[in-house]
Each structure stands twice: as structure tokens, then as C-alpha cells.
Write a protein that binds this ligand. Structure first.
Ligand SMILES: [Cu+2]
Length: 464
């Protein structure tokens, strides 16, 4: 097969390579190549916009949600343009383009000329900074990660407003009950759709109890009579299941099996006795993937009737001790870009993704219990602590016979595991899920960079 034609073949191959390389550089250069390299390329291209011959992999995210058309960036990076209509649509604003006068109106207000609307194909593209300013959005043109990040003031306000609820859940602070004449502790849980910010500048519509995801913690004492008024303000039926509690069958909260579906606008009263101490949860048991996946879950903690003695200064930690700190971590996720029944793209601890999970702060020598609750719809989580070991002291609401010393513990969906540890190493230690695509905000698709940490991570800060 080797004959004198082979130098000609090599020459032709080399020529093809030169043509390919030069073509690639002239055709949109850096941004196109980088975009494809980072995996954000072809999936979100819009025909009209990419015909402009400029960069076509720059995703535009509004409150964490990706808009249909990518941004274009001029080859000298001086101009980033986004689709005016995509942003208006995402915000629910009226949009009008006067092609003759070349003027753009949002909610009948003219967008200042500085936004410089131009037609790219049939799409009106505007300068991102100027347009964002006209709509009172914050705009971060993150060229390193090929994203334009737009945030509304409402998203930032929601994030700030929900902080106390997130901390209360983490610190195991239960709702304040109304105590009836016979001593019954009464609570009200109202199911409703509400905004939720799993991270700063990221907004999703959550399925909530009392406007928060997770719902408020219910914390009672062993033997307490409990009455919960459930009110359904959702657009569909629901019911609440009390996961791990021993109660009358009619109170188990399974629509179609133990009770009728609670229709929108209706309510139902659950009544039972807090049977045994431990870490439990409550959650919807209707249209589970959407309702639980959207945030309808909360911690249910039952304290023992007699307060146990304080944990000793040294030696093994076990259930039936009182620790300096008592934390709860509900492990789950929010769907921001993914459809309701897909895997979450923002994995959360108590409704928050790192770096927006509040850290645990302890002094050296203090002891802590962490009540881990996996209420993810599908995912297992392997929670791993850096720098120290912990003892697994209870599982599924029951003390383990022999506490196990570990640094990583696996929880399947629906499991609870109580761990305890002594803060004996000063420093900032990570506590995180070791399934590593659970530690990326935006999922693999929308993660900014591979090195950026997010999702199921929090910090254990131990001061001297
Ligand atoms: Cu995980």
C-alpha cells in the first residue's frame, strides 16, 4: 500500500488542517471555541442569533434560570448583547418593538437609546448593561464562565427575608404551638406556592408549608398530644404524612388510602400522640415528585420526656445525651432549570445551596448532634466531615446499639441519621455530600466552572 502517492496525501492533510484552523479563528474566535470547550455550546444556540457570526455560547441567566437565546459578545469583548424579548418574557413584562423608529418599549416605557437595540436576524438584541439598568436588574457579565447573570431586586430580597427561617430549621427551633386547654399542642401548616431562593440571585417557585422550603420544624416532647391543622392553598390536592411516627392509621396522611385527598381550599386536622423520641420528618404524600421535590417537607423532632445528662468531656458519644448544640440538616434539592421531575440542579441543606448554607460555629471542646434527614426524591447522600470523626448515634429515630465512629455516612431517601461529634480540631472544616455532582450549583449543565463549589456543602467552623 505504501507507494509514491503518500507525500501528496500528507500535503493534502496538512493543507486541510491549515484551512480548518484559520477558519476557526476568523469565525468568532475565542468565545466560540471556549464555549464549545466548556460544554455550553450547541445545546442552546438560536439560529437567528448565531448567524450573527459572533460568540454563541454565552448563556443568559435571569435569577438562575436560563433564557432561550444566548448572548452575543463582540470579538473585542466590548459589547455583550442579549435578547430584549427573552428578558421581558421572563419577567412577565409587555414588550413592543417599533421597527420603523427602531425603538423598544417595555411595559409601554421606552428603553433608553443607550441600550442600542439592533436586529440580529429577527431578534432584537440590546446591550446587556444598559438594558439591565433600565429594568433595575443587576447585571454581571461573567466572561470567564460564559454567562451573563441578571438578578431582580425581588430575588435578592427573598434571599435576605428567608434567612431567619433557614437558621431556625438548622438550629432545631420548632414552631411555637398554641396550647389547648387539655394541653394539646396545636400547629397550623398551610401548603402554598411561594418564591424561594436556594442561593443568592437564584429564584425558584417552591411548593411550601407556610411559605418556606423546608417547612417549619415541629418540635414536641414524647407523650405530647399534637393537633395539626393542615390548610391546602395549592392549585392541586395534597395531604401530610408523618414519616416515622407511630400513629392511628387514619392519621397517616396517604390520600386515597387512609384519607380523602385534601382539595385546594380545604383543610384537614391531624391528631396523634408523640409516640417515641427521635428525629423524624413530615412531607406531602401526593404527587410526590413535584410536591416533595418542590419543597413540601420539614423536620419533626420529638424530645425525650426526661432530659438526658450532658455529654461527657471525653469518651464515646451516644444517643440519650444532651449536647451543647443540636442541629438539623434536611438534605434535598430545588429545581431551578430542570423540569419538576428531573434531578434537582440546586442540591440544598435546609433549602440552601453552598456558599449560602449558614455555617455551624462552635468552640473547641463543645459537642454537637446533627440530625441528618434525607428527603431527596431520588438521590442518596454520603455526608462526609473533614478533620474529625463523628459517631453515628441514631438511625431512623432509634438509638443504635453500638455507636459507630465514621467520617462519612450514607443516607438513602427517607432515612434519618443522627451523628454526634466533639469539636476538637480548630479550623474551618467542610461537611459535604461526597457524590460530587451534588456539590455543583446549576447541575452539570449550568455549573459556572468545575472548580466552583456549591450544593450540599456547609462549613463547621471551630474556634479556639
Ligand atoms: Cu448527595
Amino acid at each position: 500500500m505504501i507507494n509514491k502517492k503518500w507525500p501528496v496525501t500528507i500535503f493534502l492533510v496538512l493543507m486541510a488542517l491549515v484551512i480548518y484552523t484559520v477558519g476557526g479563528i476568523t469565525q468568532g474566535g475565542f468565545s466560540r471555541a471556549e464555549a464549545n470547550e466548556s460544554g455550553h455550546g450547541s445545546a442552546h444556540q438560536s439560529g437567528d442569533v448565531s448567524q450573527a457570526g459572533e460568540g454563541d455560547g454565552i448563556a443568559v441567566l435571569l435569577n438562575g434560570r436560563q433564557l432561550p437565546r444566548p448572548a452575543t459578545v463582540s470579538s473585542d469583548f466590548s459589547e455583550t448583547r442579549i435578547s430584549a424579548q427573552d428578558v421581558a418574557d421572563a419577567l412577565g413584562y409587555g414588550y413592543r418593538w417599533d421597527a420603523t423608529a427602531r425603538k423598544l418599549y417595555i411595559e409601554d416605557k421606552e428603553i433608553p437609546a443607550a441600550a442600542d437595540p439592533i436586529m440580529v436576524g429577527s431578534v432584537v438584541m440590546v446591550l446587556a448593561d444598559e438594558y439591565a439598568q433600565a429594568l433595575s436588574l443587576s447585571c454581571n457579565n461573567d466572561s470567564a464562565s460564559h454567562r451573563v447573570l441578571l438578578e431582580t431586586p425581588q430575588a435578592m430580597k427573598r434571599f435576605a427575608d428567608e434567612e431567619p427561617a433557614v437558621r431556625d430549621v438548622m438550629e432545631g427551633k420548632g414552631m411555637t404551638p398554641h396550647t389547648a386547654a387539655d394541653g394539646t399542642k396545636e400547629f397550623t401548616l398551610t401548603a402554598e406556592l411561594a418564591d424561594w431562593a436556594p442561593a443568592k440571585g437564584v429564584l425558584t417557585t417552591a411548593w411550601t408549608y407556610n411559605g418556606q422550603a423546608p417547612g417549619p420544624t415541629i418540635r414536641v416532647t414524647e407523650g405530647d398530644k399534637v393537633r395539626i391543622h393542615f390548610v391546602n392553598h395549592l392549585p392541586e390536592p395534597s395531604a401530610i404524612h408523618w414519616h416515622g411516627l407511630h400513629l392511628p392509621n387514619a392519621m397517616d396522611g396517604v390520600p386515597g388510602l387512609t384519607q380523602k385527598e385534601v382539595q385546594p381550599g380545604q383543610s384537614f386536622v391531624y391528631e396523634f400522640t408523640a409516640s417515641h423520641p427521635g428525629t423524624f420528618m413530615y412531607h406531602s404524600h401526593y404527587n410526590d415528585m413535584k410536591q416533595i421535590g418542590g419543597g413540601m417537607y420539614g423536620a419533626f423532632i420529638i424530645d425525650p420526656k426526661e432530659k438526658p445528662a450532658a455529654a461527657p468531656e471525653a469518651g464515646e458519644l451516644r444517643d440519650g445525651m444532651t449536647f451543647d448544640r443540636d442541629y438539623t440538616m434536611l438534605l434535598a434539592g430545588n429545581r431551578v432549570n430542570n423540569a419538576a421531575e428531573d434531578v434537582p440542579d440546586y442540591f440544598t441543606i435546609n433549602g440552601r445551596s453552598y456558599p449560602d448554607t449558614p455555617p455551624i460555629e462552635m468552640r473547641k471542646g463543645q459537642t454537637a448532634r446533627i440530625r441528618l434527614i434525607n428527603i431527596d426524591t431520588m438521590e442518596m447522600h454520603t455526608m462526609h466531615l473533614h478533620g474529625m470523626d463523628f459517631q453515628v448515634i441514631a438511625r431512623n429515630g432509634h438509638a443504635v446499639k453500638t455507636p459507630e465512629t465514621m467520617n462519612t455516612v450514607l443516607l438513602g431517601p427517607g432515612e434519618t441519621v443522627d451523628i454526634a461529634f466533639r469539636a476538637d480540631a480548630v479550623g474551618d472544616w467542610m461537611f459535604h455530600c461526597h457524590i460530587l455532582d451534588h456539590t455543583m450549583n446549576g447541575g452539570e449543565e449550568h455549573a459556572r466552572t468545575g472548580s466552583e463549589m456549591g450544593g450540599l456543602i456547609t462549613l463547621v467552623k471551630i474556634l479556639p
